[in-house]
Design a binder for this molecule. Structure first.
Ligand SMILES: Cc1cc2nc3c(=O)[nH]c(=O)nc-3n(C[C@H](O)[C@H](O)[C@H](O)COP(=O)(O)OP(=O)(O)OC[C@H]3O[C@@H](n4cnc5c(N)ncnc54)[C@H](O)[C@@H]3O)c2cc1C
Length: 578
């Protein structure tokens, strides 16, 4: 088989907030380095950073502090976050937002006195979510893209899909990445001295989900195959307000932003009862996990609309105000036949964000020399729950750090490693597997996966369901391996890519299920009906998944309280009470 070879210094996989920031910072650190961004979609048009609606958490305004932002992150994460990573996130966010405005060219909404406007987001003790209306991600990605395009030293491989991380012949470091040029179907092997994994996670294996369609957990599936450790894999965040626009539209599951609840929106069940009062004192402003669980419980009890969903209502806040404050949301609902400003909109909880990911250090390095990770592919910053607004902060903060660190790594480790040709050939053969079997119904298998994960490994879990889920995943994988792509032409063969997407999703779904079975308590996004208690916070552990010889083992490791211990706070009693 033919594999074209390309050489570069730094290869960045993914063009979201993490990937683009990494490219800009690496270029700024050492302009003579050759940098390639390889991305599955089109630059500026793919991934979830572009989809960010609500905004960016940053402690800028009087009354707020990095300590307060940190405590919200730790408490929201149910004491599972890696504290040094969380601290880096909240402190560097200030630098990054300033950079976004002053160097990248973003304009965020302002208060009358010229300071940046921070909106309310659920689960936070301060209104610190900086935004551009409710289309913040478009502002961030468009400006980042302009900056990247203005630098010829940053090359781009668009519509290029990474399929395998290739180690050096001695197995001691990264040698490069095998890609498929989606347009031609041909393979390319990019040899690189440093590689950044920034493919953005993306739990698109659930019946209702929000992330962009190009995300299918490829990065984590590749990392698993290379034997990297994955942390917190049971932690899938469900956003409470996914639009329900009917069974046959991609609009179903897309997110209606958190600010709607933050601004005072009400959630109603099919009987028009404001049910959150039955579940939590914070009502609709409780954290995402609490609200999603309450909604799922209402749905399970059958107290739904005739379509099986629930309602969000904003009209009591004044339709004109809602139209002005949530223009994008109002238009999106209108496109689907709903009046968000004055009427009722049907909603369901929807899989939104993946807290799990590759184990990494504060400088974004991983266990595998030469491989770095940032954004939603990385883990540890959020623990059991990501605060709304901490996602884009995470990708831009750590993407920037990776961009600074990779040139340093290259300075200390110059020269390309000799690749392990056997692994390269095996990865190519693996990717071509669908051309060796008779065509089959990939979509039917995908539909089954969506149902299995939603019903058995979703918002509320128990041992019986998780076992059932594991058996079903084995069946789906066996069936998938027995069928192939509909067309043998590899150029723009989306059926082939659907097959590859599904394989990544099935493999990572199994790890999610195993980690969920392992955690016999309920923390944040992970809720076990059979183990509803959180367990002792002071002896908190996190799960670590590692694959060896094709089998995934899950172990527990203790959370290190390096900055603050459960029962304590970085805030004074007075500040905490304010
Ligand atoms: C609808 C929506 C709204 C959101 N709103 C907010 C918000 O208000 N505030 C907030 O903080 N967070 C929000 N988030 C979360 C936030 O978008 C993410 O946390 C963050 O943007 C992830 O950035 P990233 O760079 O890691 O990944 P992404 O921006 O998702 O980029 C991933 C990139 O990897 C590429 N890729 C994927 N697979 C491959 C492969 N195999 N090979 C090569 N490239 C690949 C993709 O094409 C894409 O370019 C929202 C998410 C969604 C879905």
């Amino acid at each position: 088989m033919t594999i074209e070879r390309i050489r570069t210094d730094i290869l960045i996989l993914g063009s979201g907030g993490a990937g683009l920031f990494a490219a800009l910072h690496a270029h700024a650190a050492e302009a003579s380095l050759d940098i390639i961004i390889a991305t599955k979609g089109l630059l500026g048009k793919c991934g979830c950073t572009r989809m960010v609606q609500g905004g960016y958490n940053v402690a800028l305004n009087p009354g707020d502090s990095v300590e307060r932002h940190f405590m919200d992150t730790i408490e929201g994460g149910k004491w599972l976050p890696h504290q040094e990573l969380a601290w880096t996130l909240v402190t560097k966010a200030i630098e990054r937002v300033t950079e976004l405005e002053n160097e990248i060219g973003c304009f965020f909404d302002r208060n009358r006195d010229g300071t940046l406007h921070g909106k309310a987001f659920a689960g936070q003790t301060f209104d610190r979510t900086v935004h551009k209306g409710d289309l913040t991600g478009i502002e961030i990605i468009n400006r980042l893209m302009e900056q990247v395009c203005a630098r010829p030293g940053i090359r781009r491989l668009e519509e290029h899909r990474a399929v395998g991380l290739i180690p050096s012949k001695d197995g001691g470091s990264m040698a490069g990445v095998l890609l498929i040029d989606i347009r031609t179907g041909e393979f390319q092997f990019v040899e690189a001295k440093a590689v950044l994994l920034a493919t953005g996670g993306g739990p698109t294996m659930y019946r209702y989900h929000t992330p962009s369609g190009d995300k299918s957990m490829d990065g984590l599936a590749m990392a698993l195959r290379r034997g990297l450790r994955l942390r917190d894999m049971e932690m899938v965040q469900f956003h409470p307000t996914g639009l329900y626009a009917g069974p046959d539209t991609r609009m179903t599951g897309t997110v209606l932003e958190e600010g709607l609840r933050g601004a005072g929106g009400h959630l109603l069940n099919g009987g028009m009862h404001r049910f959150m009062s039955d579940y939590d004192a914070h009502l609709e402003r409780a954290t995402r996990d609490v609200v999603s669980r309450a909604m799922y419980a209402e749905m399970r009890a059958g107290r739904t609309t005739k379509n099986g969903g629930l309602y969000i209502k904003m009209g009591h806040l004044g339709p004109d105000k809602v139209r002005k404050q949530f223009k994008g949301m109002v238009e999106r609902c209108d496109d689907c036949g709903f009046d968000l400003a004055g009427g009722l909109v049907e909603v369901v909880p929807t899989a939104h964000y993946f807290m799990g990911g590759v184990v990494c250090n504060v400088d974004t390095s991983t266990d595998f020399p030469g491989l770095f990770v940032a954004g939603e592919d990385a883990s540890g910053m959020h623990g059991a729950n990501r605060l709304g607004g901490n996602g884009v902060a995470n990708s831009t903060v750590f993407g920037g750090i990776a961009g600074e660190v990779m040139p340093q790594w290259i300075a200390a480790n110059p020269g390309h490693s000799v690749p392990d040709e056997a692994v390269l050939d095996a990865e190519a053969a693996r990717a071509l597997h669908p051309f060796t079997a008779k065509p089959g119904d990939i979509n039917r298998l995908r539909e089954r996966l969506l149902d299995v994960m939603w019903n058995d490994v979703g918002v509320i879990r128990d041992r019986t369901g998780l076992h059932r889920g594991l058996s079903a995943l084995d069946e789906i994988e066996a069936e998938l391996l027995a069928i192939g792509a509909a067309d043998s032409n590899r150029a723009f063969n989306m059926n082939w890519h659907d097959w590859l997407n599904l394989r990544s999703l099935v493999e990572t779904s199994r790890v999610i299920t195993l980690a969920a079975r392992r955690r016999e308590n309920s923390r944040g996004a992970h809720f076990r009906d059979d183990f509803p208690e959180p367990g002792d916070l002071a002896s908190s552990t996190f799960t670590v998944a590692c694959q060896q010889d094709g089998r995934v083992a899950i172990t527990d490791e203790p959370v290190l309280f390096t900055i603050v211990r459960p029962g304590h706070s970085l805030l004074s009693d007075k500040a905490a009470a304010e």
